[in-house]
Design a protein. Structure first.
Lengths: 307, 280
């Protein structure tokens, strides 16, 4: 942050002597954001990386411990943080693998159906988008009762008494269902706009060649909206890696920690009751962040290279 | 004959959408009717979709000001936080976007590229130090903790700057010839034309702030000060045994964004394609 500003100052004074006075107004416009950005984003990120190499209780001074936190959570099998971290990261990945495909395919199907402009398509569109605007705590409260063992409509409709949030594989199923219900609106709108932009003659030409609906979907539709698919896959994956509210409030990480995700451990270690273990939590956060970046990059390269 | 063939895909699409719409709407309707059921009725009578007797006790007992779960208080906390946060974002973002998009200064492009690059950094890494910074500012358990840090985002600046590209630079030049300075151009020329995109930024800032969950749960532990999302989590912990009451609380919490959606649906639906179009 510092360096470019200084360079500018030097050049500016140099110019001033030669030509006219420097206009400082642009800096008046960017400074409010730059201050907030530096204080609440840039500094915390850098500090967070540093903290992961220390032992810290959030109160006193951080003690530099080198790679000890990383060694402990990655390799020290007898440490409880090792178990926590491996379990949390594994569950986070399971959730991403389960939820991302659903959050891409279902809105794509909805958008394709909406694009046929059947009756009431505007109303349908509003309905599917709406839950996006609700807070996750409200959404979870509503769905907890939907999945209630005895009083819930789902078990009563199925005529079963499934322990949805308290047994596997149902716990994962409930988390994915709630996530899809809550969060596909944005992707759906993006696909709708993309589908609208495909020229009609492509399909007409395919009709002349006798292509069927499935061929048209894979040969025309999908390639035409690849840009938007790439974008949504990346942002959806990032969002799902940060999953927190659903497992916290719906399954409480259970049954027996099988849906306990890494962000819950990070939150608990840093801010939970008892002494804060912010160094370990930061190391966990850094690895989670690294996973997010690496996965985004792989997706980007993979979906790009097919051109 | 041809007409029938044409309408077949539409029919399939319609039936599929209808089925999905039912799945989407049922939880909300079930939630709404359940919030009007009595606690005893819900627990003793077997499964019934509609209440046998419609009661409003769930709402009244929540809305009456009580100290352990002051729902109305949480509601207004959220309202203040979301409104002020939105105003702050609008000011900060429009100013910065104007400078990066319209003004010329040394290092502008490098700085803007740097900001864009930081969007790749995952936010989880900054969570713990961010708490420390907010704490050392004395902001824990104050509205500021939920209002200010969220305004650090870069994406909105990108969005507004992209939108500004479509405003002819000749407008600025004409104003400049008439003797207008940068501030006058910003307020009189550019800002009014940015209204559609600022509307989008405002709606998403408001709903984002209203629905934020993880961060408020970290910076608020004072029951009086917390926003409604954290409040609901607390409520869930206290009233696990009273689902009808919880349901009333959840429904109260979604009222503002629901109303906003009814009135500004057009903007919400346009905006998504706007932001994706810029990126895609």
């Amino acid at each position: 942050m510092e360096a470019p500003v200084k360079v500018i100052e030097k050049k500016a004074t140099f110019k001033r002597s030669k030509k006219r006075t420097v206009n400082w107004t642009p800096w008046v416009f960017v400074t409010p954001h730059l201050v907030i950005f530096s204080l609440f984003f840039l500094v915390p990120i850098l500090y967070g990386i540093y903290i992961s190499f220390t032992s810290w209780d959030l109160v006193g001074k951080p003690d530099f411990v080198g790679l000890a936190n990383y060694k402990e959570i990655l390799w020290q099998k007898d440490s409880s943080f090792y178990t926590q971290f491996h379990n949390g990261l594994k569950n986070t990945f399971i959730f991403v693998l389960l939820s991302v495909p659903s959050c891409i395919i279902i809105p794509l199907l909805l958008a394709s159906a909406l694009n046929a402009k059947p009756r009431f398509h505007k109303l349908f569109q509003s309905i599917f988008y709406m839950p996006t605007l609700f807070s996750i705590s409200a959404v979870v409260i509503i769905w907890t009762l939907m999945f209630n063992v005895n009083q819930g409509p789902i078990n009563n409709l199925l005529g079963k008494s499934i322990l949805w949030t308290g047994s596997q594989p149902y716990a994962w199923a409930t988390l994915v269902i709630v996530t899809v219900w809550w969060g596909i609106g944005g992707n759906m709108i993006i696909y709708q706009a993309a589908l609208n932009g495909i020229p009609k003659d492509y399909y007409e030409a395919a009709d002349v060649d006798g292509a069927n609906a499935i061929q048209k979907f894979f040969k025309i539709t999908l390639p035409s909206i690849r840009g938007q698919i790439l974008y949504t896959v990346v942002i959806t994956t990032i969002a799902q890696f940060n999953v927190y509210g659903q497992p916290l409030m719906l399954t409480a990480g259970g049954p027996t920690d099988s849906t306990r995700v890494l962000l819950m451990d990070i939150q608990q270690n840093a801010f939970g009751s008892g002494q804060s273990i912010a160094g370990i939590a930061s190391a966990m956060a850094f690895i989670l962040g690294l996973c997010i970046m690496v996965v985004s990059l792989i997706q980007f390269l993979f979906l790009r290279n097919r051109d | 004959m041809k007409n029938k063939l044409l309408s077949f895909p539409k029919l399939v699409a319609f039936l599929f959408l209808l089925l999905m719409a039912i799945i989407w709407v049922v939880p909300l309707i079930w939630g709404l009717v359940t919030s009007f059921k009595g606690d005893m009725e819900f627990k003793t009578i077997g499964f019934k979709f509609l209440p046998v007797e419609w009661v409003t006790t769930n709402y009244t007992s929540l809305l009456v000001d009580n100290d352990s779960t002051p729902l109305l208080h949480w509601f207004f906390n959220s309202l203040i936080i979301s409104v002020v946060h939105t105003l702050l974002v609008l000011i900060v973002v429009s100013m910065a976007a104007f400078a990066y998009g319209r003004l010329h200064f040394k290092g502008r492009n490098a700085l803007f590229l740097f900001l864009m690059a930081t969007m790749m950094f995952p936010g989880v890494v900054n969570l713990i130090p961010l708490y420390k910074i907010v704490d050392s500012l004395g902001w824990v358990n104050t509205y500021w903790a939920a209002i200010v840090p969220g305004a650090a985002g870069v994406f909105n600046i990108f969005l507004v700057r992209q939108f500004m590209v479509n405003i002819p630079i000749e407008f600025d030049e004409a104003a400049r010839i008439d003797g207008a300075g940068d501030f006058q151009i910003f307020f009189r020329v550019v800002l009014p034309l940015l209204r559609p995109i600022l509307m989008v930024v405002a709606l998403f800032s408001f709903t984002g702030s209203w629905n934020d969950f993880l961060w408020p749960s970290i910076v608020f532990n004072d029951i009086e000060k917390m926003p409604i999302t954290s409040g609901l989590q607390l409520l869930q912990g206290m009233y696990t045994a009273q689902p009808t009451l919880l349901m009333a609380g959840a429904l109260i919490a979604i009222v503002p964004t629901f109303i906003l959606y009814l009135f500004a649906q057009k903007y919400f639906l346009q905006s998504m394609s706007l932001s994706a179009g810029v990126k895609g």
